[in-house]
Write a new protein. Sequence first.
Length: 456
Amino acid sequence: MSVSPSTQRIAYLARIAEVNNTFHAVTEVNPDALAIAAELDAERSTGSIRGPLHGIPILLKNLIATNDKMNNTAGSWALVGARVPRDSTVAQKLRAAGAILLGKANLSEWANARSSNSTDGYPSGSSSGSAVATALGLALGALGTETDGSIISPASFSNVVGIKPTVGLTSRYLVIPISEHQDTVGPLARTVKDAAMILKAIAGTDPRDNYTSDIPGGITPDYVAACKYSALSGVRLGIPRNVLFLSDDKYAPMIEAFEKAVNVLRHAGATIVEDTNFTAAAEFLNSNLPQVVVNADITVDLKKYFDSLTDTGQWDEALASWNNTDPRFWPAYQQNLYYGGDGGLLGAIKRHNLDAVILPSELSSDWAAAVGSPIVSVPMSSYPAGTPVVKNDRSLVESAPNMPFGLGFLGERFTERKLIGMAYAFEQRTKVRDKVPPYLKPSVELADIVWSRRSG
């Protein structure tokens, strides 16, 4: 059955309307989405297809700018009405691939969103709305951003796939920043293949973001083609056991599930290399340097973003503080690179000739963030029956029976294709998403919309 973009758009909007008051995943929908869908319908009818996402609705985290009728507020009223001179590069690339930019997804900073897997559940963040909306099927997928954990952690909490790309694989132009050294834009989707398709659409060089000049040869591979059942055969996967040993007791159920996942990987043909320890793990986990780097970057990078707005005043005094132009910044940044590099992820990969490192997703982000390396998180398991309900200081549930968590594949810079293949092969053998459904799902299905339109 061929379904038009207009029909898909109506179905997704109906699903948003049905559940958004409960989950607060979407801050606004695109008022022009139906007109855009009709335009894409017309193009398809003449045999013109823009790309693999032609007519597919995608949500954007509400700090990825679009030069249309939608706001770009990071979830804050302070930026309502602020205008940008053009689309962000990733938004422009999605449009070029034929996607319908359906709306903007909420952030965690104001504690508004709720998990799809527990009443008053903590969705993690900051790409919380992107993850929750994806889990609920409010769009095919969504874009999120990550500085340290902001795609991978909410993907893990919402039982969806999250890809945190290498810093420089996707442009950050006109994306509200935190850290130029660590920020990256990546997809969240319900399957690895869908996430790979979105990543292919947004990856690539951009003269407005000089970090993208590091892309090898300026060419991005076909990430969808990497999705093969045999992708784990012959790969070497390392386990930094000291990272698991140093983790908090609350992660014990994740580590137990991780050991079962390791057996799946082994039976799929992977060589598991034990004790590929991160030599600086204890020092790094007790360090405040990651926050020092981020805090220094944001005062410079956020001002650059505000300077790009066309009708919002500048808040220079609010941003005046120690920043990444201070002579003290460089030694702190270099030490942080060591923690993620020779003393951490990259050192382990090099010493043990690994294709990737594997960790529970909740324990993976810091190591990749420090050196701008990629992670692919795929659903791994959920907390078992009898797990005590644990709430955070905002009274949101962080762990409870049936709350999901993910498996992270970490690699060297620009190894997304390899990581995507591994994650896909694991996903196809486990199908965890099918076993851990959201506690509440929209009742509106695409078939209902098709039937009502044909009967009307």
